[in-house]
Design a binder for this molecule. Structure first.
Ligand code: BTN
Length: 332
């Protein structure tokens, strides 16, 4: 990072801190506080709008956030972690939290199992199938966790399903919120997408398999999301109908993942079949599974002991291990 990029990020962070409470701040006051000109303040405000902050100018008064923001704060997150919990890293702005953890692994850094990286915004957030992941500042959760599977790459089968179960359990237990899972790695609530999972494997240099688990969870989508996202979506604040503390949610998610993934390592996917099937968003419905080899139609029966999707086709049950699932007659 160049010196001027670092300075500019620092200034933006300062501006966000002044605006976070939702008060109106004049350009002149912001210029005094930060020691830069009013024109420079206006340029930085433009850049903040570009990374997804909903800031508007109030004529004659200054700048204001459309809704107050609670910023991510490591000290607060620590209060919700147990003493033995792996570290959480925070980046204000990054390209992609998954890319950053993968890069650290490729550069030979040792990471602790369960170590997490979160960011306030991503400039190149990645979804599955090469899609980009809408990542506006401060509104959602952009979370990546390092894990290592001790039985190599074959143990990765079913991993994203287990991650979905860990997220669902945490939301049920701590927020009394029921969510559904779409095979292989989406979170749904009321037929709308609430989050997605992107599991990526790093180059193997030993029998163990390094994994980066990326989770994007919608917390409070800004108004512009309607223009950016083509499928129906929802967020936690609308579902719970009250504000949500991301600094509490992140350690809770880390804990649930560590617990559930340890169980997965000891008992394999077989012990999760029921947990997935209970939350299967398309249970008993006619679905289409599209893959490189064409499309399969059938009734969605859930998953088998390896994490494969079971379809009932002409009275027979058949398991599939890849492809994109959708309700029959609807886009993926
Ligand atoms: C999907 O549904 O397509 C998966 C989306 C995964 C998004 C998360 S956000 C944190 C992590 N960093 C990324 O670039 N992607 C994942």
């Amino acid at each position: 990072m160049t010196k001027s990029t670092a300075q500019s990020l620092m200034l933006q962070r300062q501006l966000i801190q002044y605006l976070a409470a939702g008060d109106c701040c004049s350009g002149e006051w912001l210029a005094q506080q930060t020691g830069i000109s009013r024109a420079a303040i206006a340029r930085h405000i433009d850049q903040l709008q570009e990374i997804g902050l909903d800031i508007y100018a109030v004529t004659g008064k200054g700048y204001r956030l459309a809704t107050p923001l609670q910023l991510l704060d490591l000290t607060e997150m620590k209060q919700y972690q147990s003493a033995a919990a792996p570290e959480i890293w925070l980046q204000h702005l990054t390209d992609s939290t998954n890319t950053q953890l993968l890069k650290r692994l490729q550069d030979g850094h040792q990471l602790q199992k369960g170590q997490v990286l979160v960011a306030e915004a991503q400039t190149a957030g990645r979804g599955r199938r090469g899609n980009s992941w809408f990542s506006p500042f401060g509104s959602n959760l952009y979370f990546s966790m390092y894990w290592q599977l001790e039985h190599g790459i074959q143990a990765a089968m079913g991993l994203s399903l287990v991650v979905g179960i860990a997220i669902a359990r945490m939301l049920e237990q701590h927020y009394q919120l029921g969510v559904q899972l779409k095979w292989p790695n989406d979170l749904y609530a009321g037929q709308r997408k609430l989050g997605g999972i992107l599991v990526e494997l790093s180059g193997q240099t030993h029998a163990n398999c390094d994994v980066v688990i990326g989770i994007g969870l919608n917390i409070q989508m800004p108004a512009q999301a309607q223009q950016q996202i083509s499928q129906p979506f929802t967020d936690l604040v609308s579902l719970l109908d009250k504000p949500l503390n991301r600094n509490e949610l992140i350690p809770l998610l880390q804990h649930s993942l560590c617990e559930t993934l340890s169980q997965f390592e000891h008992s394999g996917f077989n012990s999760f079949v029921e947990a997935f099937n209970q939350r299967n968003v398309f249970a008993g419905q006619p679905v289409t599974l599209s893959g490189a080899g064409g499309s399969q139609h059938g009734i969605c029966q859930g998953v088998d002991g390896q994490g494969g999707l079971v379809l009932e086709q002409q009275g027979q049950q058949k398991a599939y291990y890849g492809g994109e699932l959708s309700l029959r007659g609807q886009p993926e």
